[in-house]
Design a protein around this ligand. Structure first.
Ligand SMILES: Nc1ncnc2c1ncn2[C@@H]1O[C@H](COP(=O)(O)OP(=O)(O)O)[C@@H](O)[C@H]1O
Ligand SMILES: [Mg+2]
Length: 260
């Protein structure tokens, strides 16, 4: 089964092209990372997969459904964590409230939570491996990594089959970044959830992902990480000399001039 099929996809804003002729297929369940420089069109591509942006050309299918023809079905299959989500730090929402609100928001204002809503909230918090003692903590008092897990739990509250995470690593320290990647592997194996993760930084992800799309307005390369991560592809994507060094299983991108 394929989670996502993107074919010759061109998307833009007011007729100005942002991404052009992008083609790739993502098997289910799997983890796909999208990397590329600022303005490469990474967020645009996620929004096209969600059906928020319409193709100028080409098509997107999610679990076999063409998104333009089946937008409501597709929306139910996807959980989305947008880039730089700002949950107000002044409102004393607890972790569990944030997840529950993700559930109630689809039911309109003044929705009263049912037993099923409460149960779905608990299950989502469990599925992201947050310990119960954190459920009642104020969101503002959680660490960057824990906040990200709460936002992922909220995206999972309707049991989607595909998770879209737009730059989830900002404000998350390196050990927590690795923990989040372990969580995505856990969700894939135990909950049959595929994930597309957009990030700048390949270091914490390279060992855990199944596929990598290198994007810079076009698909520079798509495939297994080791096939995509060549000096030549990276240089084409970033427009400057980039070289990868692997040292004790950790991958380092060296950007700019280098003399080894
Ligand atoms: N709402 C918008 N209106 C007009 N242009 C936009 C809008 N959002 C993004 N763009 C443009 O589309 C291109 C890709 O942006 P984006 O998808 O946000 O890139 P990335 O997420 O890779 O940094 C950029 O040139 C950006 O300026
Ligand atoms: Mg972006």
């Amino acid at each position: 089964m394929l989670a996502v099929e993107v074919e010759n996809l061109t998307v833009g804003y007011s007729g100005i092209v942002a991404i052009q002729d992008v083609t790739f297929e993502m098997p289910h369940p799997s983890i796909l990372a999208i990397i590329g420089p600022n303005g490469a069109g990474k967020t645009t591509l996620l929004k096209a997969i969600l059906g928020i942006l319409k193709p100028m050309k080409g098509e997107v299918k999610v679990f076999g459904f063409n998104i333009e023809e089946n937008i409501h079905t597709v929306r139910k299959l996807i959980g989305y964590v947008p880039q730089r989500e700002k949950i107000s730090e002044n409102i004393p929402l607890r972790a569990r409230d944030i997840v529950l609100l993700g559930r109630l928001i689809r039911q309109g204002p003044l929705a009263i939570p049912t037993k099923n809503d409460i149960l779905a909230t608990k299950n989502a918090l469990k599925s992201v491996l947050l310990p119960p003692e954190t459920w009642n903590k104020k969101f503002s008092e959680l660490s960057g990594g824990q906040k990200q897990k709460v936002l992922i739990a909220r995206a999972l509250v309707f049991n989607p089959k595909l998770l879209l995470l737009d730059e989830p690593f900002s404000a998350v320290d390196a050990p927590s970044q690795r923990e989040l990647m372990d969580l995505l592997v856990h969700l894939k194996i135990k909950h049959n959830v595929s994930t597309i993760i957009v990030t700048h930084d390949i270091n914490p992800i390279v060992e855990k992902i199944d596929y990598l799309l290198l994007l810079n307005r076009q698909a520079i390369a798509f495939g297994k990480p080791k096939d995509v991560l060549t000096d030549e592809n990276l240089t084409r994507a970033y427009g400057i000399r980039v070289r990868l060094l692997t040292h004790e299983g950790v991958c380092y991108a060296i950007i700019g001039d280098y003399h080894a």
